[in-house]
Ligand binder design. Structure first.
Ligand code: FAD
Length: 438
């Protein structure tokens, strides 16, 4: 039986995932003559571009997340339900969660992407990646705890232990993480400890390819590497990671093998699409993204759209639409419009991606920005990054809070979110003993 809130006379749209793509699809359908159900395994939308600020204790989780129910409360035709989608029945037009089935007339799958460990899922426990708020607080705990343990050891033994942070992968996330650890150790924590000197921490950024930020133009990659080095980050390119274990990262093979001791290892190397993509039973690319038609539907199913990071969509010159927030937002809005058009009996349109440029932040007053013909580095790129992220952050309260936190941290060199909430001492003790042995 349908719940009270469902209007049986209307076509049913089920949206899986309330990230940038799904949320914008839902917003675009808010006043359309359809009944919308949004399913997400979390009760909140996470503003992923600011996750690393939570991971490195600049912001608190609540400042970069908003309850989905709250974001969509003005949409009277929309029901938000918490639940993990486990599969689909395309013939019977059903979405499955572990307990319930949801019938649809239109389905929008926007379940995003997750970490990929290149066939080594066992590395994840030693080198967490950054995708969710839980990941961010886990990383925050590991980084802060490493400083605490070093202080305790130096205090009790009078010997200063080495403090190595190894970040694997120099894409935007790895660069952000390495830069932020540098900021923390060189600026924000420098006066907080008595027995260790946090500015002596080593930050090593490992990249398997020949340059950092490989998807950016070469001049911006070079600028990013220069800025990282100025911040004290050791950048190692062509450094293919072949092993990750507690307290140790192995690079290369045979005679070339290097073993790098690490107090904390962080993963920024690879992503793969949500497994829900493969469950649709249509072709996917190597990263598991669903190859979609020009209107973002899947072959043979004009009623099923796949959008956001989960979609392999092409735009001009056969380039792949990048896995970034503006692309997901544009896809979400586009799909809402196509559903409205179909309901009104109008033909479908093709999706056109508007590339507004990309920015990667590196640290305090440092970033690179690629605006097509205009490439900017340093302070002005960072200012652009700051204002664009504030502008897109969901919720007025969040915007104000984040602006205040940033201003406070910038002026005072002080972060307020330096809390360790779930210390897992045993892992760190194992890492410490490996560090000493190494
Ligand atoms: C650390 C980090 C930094 C980034 N920085 C930037 C940046 O600076 N600029 C930029 O443009 N982009 C950035 N990105 C990329 C950007 O965040 C993504 O492109 C964007 O979030 C994709 O949106 P999406 O809606 O496709 O997926 P997501 O935002 O990942 O949303 C997917 C949603 O689906 C839900 N979900 C997944 N599986 C299920 C399931 N089985 N059942 C129910 N719900 C499910 C999830 O809970 C989530 O809410 C960054 C990403 C990360 C991880």
């Amino acid at each position: 039986m349908l719940p009270m809130t469902q209007n049986v006379s209307r076509l049913r749209v089920v949206i899986v995932g309330a990230g940038f793509a799904g949320l914008n699809a839902a917003k675009g359908l808010a006043h359309a003559p359809v009944q919308v159900t949004v399913l997400d395994r979390k009760n909140h939308h996470t503003f992923q571009p600011l996750l690393y600020q939570v991971a490195l204790a600049v912001l608190s989780p609540a400042e970069i997340a908003s309850p989905i129910r709250n974001v969509l409360r003005g949409a009277n035709n929309t029901e938000v339900l918490l639940g993990e989608v486990t599969g689909f029945d395309l013939q019977r037009r059903l979405v499955r969660t572990d307990k319930l089935e949801f019938p649809y007339d239109y389905l929008v799958v926007a379940a995003g992407a997750t970490h990929a460990y290149f066939g080594h899922p066992e590395w994840e426990q030693y080198a967490p990646g950054l995708k969710t708020l839980e990941d961010a607080t886990e990383i925050r705990g590991r980084v802060l705890l490493a400083f605490e343990q070093a202080e305790r050891e130096a205090f009790t033994s009078r010997v200063t232990p080495s403090l190595n942070f190894v970040v694997i992968g120099a894409g935007p996330t790895g660069v952000e993480l390495a830069g932020a650890i540098s900021d923390i150790s060189r600026h924000y924590l420098q006066h907080d400890f008595r027995s260790i000197n946090p500015t002596q921490a080593r930050i090593i950024l490992l990249e398997g390819g020949p340059r950092v930020l490989p998807v950016y133009p070469e001049d911006l990659s070079a600028s990013a590497e220069k800025q990282l080095r100025e911040m004290g980050v050791e950048v190692r390119t062509n450094a293919l990671v072949t092993g990750v274990e507690p307290g140790l990262v192995t690079v290369g093979r045979g005679a070339e093998t290097q073993r790098i001791p690490a107090s904390v290892i962080l993963w920024g190397a690879g992503v793969s699409a949500s497994p829900l993509g493969k469950m649709l039973g249509v072709p996917t690319d190597r990263a598991g993204r669903v190859v979609v038609e020009p209107d973002l539907t899947i072959p043979g199913h004009p009623e099923i759209f796949v959008i956001g990071d989960l979609a392999a969509a092409r735009f001009s010159e056969n380039k792949l639409v990048p896995g970034v927030a503006p692309a997901a937002i544009q896809m979400g809005k586009f799909v809402a419009r196509q559903i409205r058009r179909s309901v009104a009996g109008q033909p479908r349109e093709d999706f056109h991606y508007w590339d507004k440029g990309t920015l990667a932040t590196i640290g305090r007053s440092r970033a690179v920005a690629d605006f097509g013909r205009f490439h900017i580095s340093g302070y002005f790129a960072w200012l652009s990054w700051l204002f664009i992220h504030l502008f897109f952050l969901i919720g007025f309260r969040n915007r104000v809070m984040v602006m205040l936190e940033w201003a406070w941290a910038y002026v005072t060199y002080n972060h307020s979110a330096r809390l360790i909430t779930e210390p897992k001492e045993h892992d760190r003790e194992a890492a410490q003993s490996k560090m000493k042995a190494g």
